[in-house]
Design a protein around this ligand. Structure first.
Ligand SMILES: Nc1ncnc2c1ncn2[C@@H]1O[C@H](COP(=O)(O)OP(=O)(O)OP(=O)(O)O)[C@@H](O)[C@H]1O
Length: 563
């Protein structure tokens, strides 16, 4: 690609991405400071004492020991000052305020790092080689090569579960396409949009319009430079056999006219604001910007299902019928989706136009994941820092999941970070298992944190029952506690039927386990149990400001058999 995409790549999923389980962030993970640094009183790597550090820092930072400038400053107070200063001088760690914090990072830095280049394990890194995706990459290239011949490539839909290399492969192919187009000077551009972030028709069109306007501005500026130079070179001569003879211009006037035209164009380029215009106007700004000069444009819509889910198929409809109206340029759409069924919701015309070509990315098996991990590990880690079983175990865990390379890479990176925290020189099987637990817990925390309030209340009711030793919890019991929780915090009370649905949703998310059991002549009921660690779940629920309002839960649970 000639320019990095303005959107973060889907792999990056940016800061909010649940799968980024970095354990190195001391800011959010209090255990890093304790676990990674040292316990109070324990000697540090440089032989100093954690307590001494703190005391010295405290005395030093304490404004109380600064001499009192008041005129009544007595001998007594001077004596006190002397004493304090003496203490400070005696403690050679405390003299310089910069020295007060010594230790925290020194300690962490003192160990031999295990990583050579951790970045290559991050989702934002696009590898230059993608093992086990040769077939899909070749298929994409075969379709897109048309663009290099100046024709419109078929639209492509790429399907596959998360972490199967769809985005990485599509980006790889588009980079190749753009670099080849530069080599042969065929105008061809790829624009990447992450529809999870840019999820409305307005925003997609505005973002595309602005990208093309920016490119047009560059093209016009370059052209003006060229023509300006030409004008200077030919001086004031004119006429067909004058100095303009071997240029595209008949005479100097024609050249000047062209320069004036380009200057008008330059003035007319107006970026689209991210809100506020009518959609028609945004569409026509986009249309004009794309059609400004001849080119083939491939629009890559990553997570296209999110766009359809959020704002229907209007955008796709408009994009897919543009070619019949464009005069200079042609566009082709490359949609990427995790959801195999999203086309069911599309208008049949959009569906058939978008799915001209379909490419499926199957999940990786454990052996393929091993190859992918090995290739990254060779660059990411120092030589010999992984025990033999680390990569196979990461691969096996991720293959069990659903053949997700992102998960495998996360596991390997987290295992490495845990090993670094342990100050060991090698990453071993134990670190991988710990990493697996940590990632799983992070996932649970993220899922629970983002539940709607009503589901949180249902889940909180279940945790309260379980915490109070209730076994084989049934829907009625959950409902009773739920109702009381709602009353406590003034929330709407849903019907028991709806609460049963919410329990089923929690079951699908893997947060509770709800099994239907037959109670003979009393009919059937659901028995519910938590499938996630109770303490952490409760903590996340209580961090919700509304649920945090419930003060004393004990009486709520005691009255569970009321009603
Ligand atoms: N064949 C491969 N070789 C090397 N790395 C790979 C391969 N497949 C996937 N990866 C890596 O796995 C991670 C996830 O890949 P990618 O983002 O392409 O998946 P995706 O299918 O687009 O997932 P999602 O649908 O969740 O966006 C990235 O870090 C990517 O570099």
């Amino acid at each position: 690609m000639s320019e990095p995409p303005a959107d973060p790549p889907s792999g990056a999923k940016t800061a909010a991405e649940p799968s980024d389980t970095s354990v190195g962030s001391t800011g959010t993970d209090p255990t890093t400071v304790d676990g990674g640094h040292r316990a109070a009183g324990e000697p540090s790597a440089d032989g100093t004492n954690a307590d001494a550090d703190t005391d010295a820092g405290g005395a030093d930072a304490d404004p109380g020991v600064i001499p009192d400038p008041s005129p009544e400053g007595s001998d007594e107070s001077l004596g006190e000052i002397d004493l304090d200063l003496d203490e400070v001088v005696l403690d050679d760690e405390g003299g310089d305020p910069d020295e007060a914090s010594r230790g925290l990072f020194d300690d962490l830095l003192s160990g031999e790092p295990i990583f050579e280049n951790k970045e290559v394990l991050r989702p934002s890194y696009t590898p230059h080689r993608l093992p086990h995706r040769e077939e899909q990459i070749n298929n994409m290239a075969t379709i897109l090569v048309t663009a290099l011949r100046g024709d419109t490539p078929s639209n492509i839909l790429i399907y596959g579960k998360t972490g199967t290399g769809k985005t990485a492969s599509a980006k790889f192919v588009s980079e190749e396409l753009e670099s080849t187009s530069r080599k042969y000077e065929v105008p061809c551009e790829v624009e990447y949009i992450n529809c999870e972030v840019t999820d409305t028709q307005y925003r997609v069109l505005a973002q595309l319009a602005n990208k093309f306007i920016e490119k047009n501005e560059e093209v016009v500026a370059d052209r003006l430079d060229e023509l300006g130079d030409l004008a200077e070179r030919i001086g004031s001569g004119s006429g067909a056999d004058g100095p303009v003879a071997d240029t595209e211009f008949a005479d100097r006037e024609a050249l000047e006219e062209r320069i004036a035209e380009l200057e008008v164009d330059q003035e007319s380029f107006e970026p689209v604001p991210m809100t506020g215009w009518p959609t028609d106007r945004v569409y026509s700004a986009f249309f004009d910007a794309v059609d400004y000069h001849e080119r083939v444009v491939v629009i890559m819509l990553d997570e296209i299902d999110k766009l359809v889910e959020k704002s229907g198929d209007d955008t796709l409809y408009n994009l897919s019928r543009m070619n019949s109206e464009l005069e200079n340029s042609r566009i082709s759409i490359m949609g990427i989706s995790n959801d195999l069924k999203f086309t069911d919701f599309l208008d049949p015309r959009v569906k058939s136009s978008l799915g001209e070509e379909e490419i499926v990315f199957p999940p990786y098996d454990a052996t393929q994941l091993r190859d992918i991990l090995q290739q990254r590990a060779d660059v990411a880690f120092k030589p010999d820092s992984l025990t033999e079983d680390v990569i196979p175990l990461c691969a096996a865990f991720a293959a069990q999941e659903h053949g997700d390379a992102r998960r495998a890479l996360d596991l390997l990176r987290t295992a490495g970070e845990l090993a670094e925290r342990d100050r060991t020189e090698m990453v071993n099987e134990g670190h991988v298992r710990q990493a697996q637990e940590k990632i799983e817990l992070d996932r649970v925390v993220e899922v629970v944190r983002t539940l709607p309030t009503q589901s949180k209340l249902v889940l909180y009711a279940t945790t309260l029952l379980e915490k109070n030793g209730v076994h084989n919890i049934n829907t009625g019991e959950v409902f009773n506690i739920y109702k009381r929780l709602c009353q406590e915090i003034d929330a709407d009370v849903l019907t028991q039927r709806r609460v049963t649905d919410l329990i089923s949703e929690l079951d699908m998310l893997g947060i509770v386990n709800a099994v239907v059991v037959s109670k003979g002549r009393y009919g059937r009921t659901k028995e519910i149990s938590l499938s996630v660690p109770i303490e952490e779940t409760e903590a996340v629920l209580l961090s919700d400001s509304r649920i945090g309002e419930v003060e004393d839960t004990q009486p709520l649970v005691q009255t569970r058999f009321d009603n």
